[in-house]
Design a protein around this ligand. Structure first.
Ligand code: ADP
Ligand code: ZN
Ligand code: MG
Length: 480
């Protein structure tokens, strides 16, 4: 019988903080931009330049620490991590080793069987990001862009508490939600504002000691993380089954080829010669400052879920989707504040908005329509001024261009025709023109009703209310 194995996984997650300027200088942190335009002597490591700490970085790091149940190190400081690499202009990175800002935290995740589990957080520390190397595919040169150099990061180091890819994804989702709710980062894996390195080892089920771990890097989507975990699990099990040893090393995942290859082993691990950063003073985080940051924490997802159930009487399914993303929750609340009708608002967000996001290849974060216009649209449908089909068309315009639906409906003559006299005249015409269908209906083939409704809608250029059309048709055909 083959042995049963278990994975042990711990994550190191880097998150770029949403400050406007870099951690130690006033340069912009905006993503993209022409190479080396968001730079200055500090973030390009010029001799003689000195760092000045951005206060907002400490606030965000503290806020994330509080939200993940960490203890805040009220006396913390920076350390210098020395290494040479062309994307690192100072030849060292300013980071935290001895006194990281947050320690001993944890977040609760839901496991596949519906249970709850806490994933421990060993520490969160602040550090600066490096530049980016751009490799010239045709020539034999590499270029460097320092726009990212000095962008503030927090690194969240978990305990080795995860046992499956599902738990890893649940943990990352939880971190992402919490950080997005705080507004501390947009956490986009594809743009690198959230990056996860996976430490993974295998052991026989029941064994208490950990096996030798590897660290896998270069994972830029949840799908890639899932695939890399399955792949690394199988690779390690195969080694163990073959009587070989797992080597402690860092591996790089290639998501196109779906395999990983070794980057460096423990033997050639660098000695970073850490020492306290001499150019920055220690940071003192007072009780008052912590209290102030605490008082500004938003309502988090769990609390929102409870409130939505009570206040809006929404089904659990809706609440789950709407609160999964702060942006969606904000739009929901702002729209309901204008037009009421929480269930209607929720439907527009869950169904049509999600459909258009997918169709346009966007992120929820990129939604740009205003709650005012969605509220106006809902009011137009409630008063039956437009029918459902027209409403969908108008919503697509709101979604793309945030048009004013009232003005748009008027300008394009999309008001529903609810005038009974006018409708009746059209339906009489349709009945007269389709004797075969009338015959079918009289013979009990009620499917033909749909055809007549369709013909009427066509005559009315889609602007009739289908309910009224149905009622009048039945009346005229004597089906009531
Ligand atoms: P290092 O200092 O070498 O980077 P750490 O102790 O800081 O190592 O651990 C780095 C990450 O690896 C943490 O997230 C931790 O949970 C995880 N980790 C440590 N040991 C193991 C193991 N045997 N299997 C899986 N993950 C591990
Ligand atoms: Zn700069
Ligand atoms: Mg480490």
């Amino acid at each position: 019988m083959s042995k049963e194995y278990e994975m042990v996984i711990g994550l190191e997650v880097h998150v770029e903080l949403a400050t406007k300027t870099k951690i130690f200088c006033g340069c912009s942190t905006a993503f993209g931009g022409a190479p080396n335009t968001h730079t200055c002597p500090v973030c390009t490591g010029m001799p003689g330049s000195l760092p000045v700490l951005n206060k907002q970085v400490v606030e965000y790091a503290t806020a994330v620490g509080l939200a993940t149940n960490c203890t805040i190190n009220q006396n913390c400081k920076f350390d210098r991590k020395n290494y040479f690499y062309p994307d690192n202009p100072q030849n060292y990175q300013i980071s935290q080793l001895y006194y990281p800002i947050c320690v001993n935290g944890g977040v609760e995740i839901e496991t596949a069987d519906g249970g709850k589990k806490t994933i421990g957080i060993h520490e969160i520390h602040m550090e600066e990001d490096a530049g980016k190397l751009v490799h010239d595919e045709w020539g034999d040169s590499s270029l460097v862009d320092f726009n990212r150099s000095g962008v503030p990061l927090i690194e969240i180091v978990s305990e080795p508490d995860m046992r499956s890819a599902d738990e890893v994804i649940a943990y990352l989702e939880k971190l992402r939600q919490t950080i997005q709710y705080l507004g501390a980062s947009d956490c986009k894996l594809n743009e690198g504002s959230m990056r996860a390195d996976v430490n993974l080892s295998i052991r026989e089920k029941g064994q208490t000691e950990f096996g030798t771990r590897t660290e896998t890097k270069n994972l830029n989507s949840f799908k890639a993380i899932q695939r890399a975990i399955e792949n690394e699990k199988n690779r390690q099990i195969d080694l163990i089954e073959a009587g070989e040893k797992v080597v402690q090393e860092t591996r790089r995942w290639d998501d196109n080829k779906e395999y990983s290859y070794p980057m460096r082993s423990k033997e050639d691990a660098q000695d970073y010669r850490y020492f306290p950063e001499p150019d920055l003073v220690p940071i003192l985080i007072s009780d008052e400052w912590i209290e102030d940051i605490k008082s500004r924490q938003p309502e988090f997802r769990e609390e929102k879920m409870v409130r939505y159930a009570e206040e809006f009487d929404l089904p659990e399914y809706d609440i789950d989707i709407i609160t999964a993303n702060k942006k969606l929750a904000d739009i929901f609340e702002a729209t309901v504040a204008i037009c009421g009708n929480p269930k209607k608002v929720s439907n527009w967000l869950m169904v049509e908005t999600m459909f258009l996001i997918k169709d346009r290849g966007m992120d929820v974060e990129d939604i740009s329509f205003s709650p005012e216009n969605l509220a106006k649209l809902i009011e137009l449908t409630q008063s039956k001024a437009i029918n459902g089909k027209v409403a969908k068309e108008v919503f697509a315009r709101i979604f793309d261009e945030d048009i004013d639906p009232e003005a748009y409906v008027k300008e394009n003559g999309l008001m529903a025709v609810n005038d009974e006299g006018e409708l009746k005249a059209v339906i009489e015409k349709v009945i007269a023109a389709n004797p075969k269908s009338v015959e079918d209906i009289n013979a009990g083939k009620l499917k033909a009703m749909g055809f007549l409704v369709g013909q009427t809608m066509k005559e009315m250029k889609g602007k009739a209310d289908p309910g009224s059309v149905n009622a009048i048709l039945k009346e005229l055909l004597g089906l009531e």
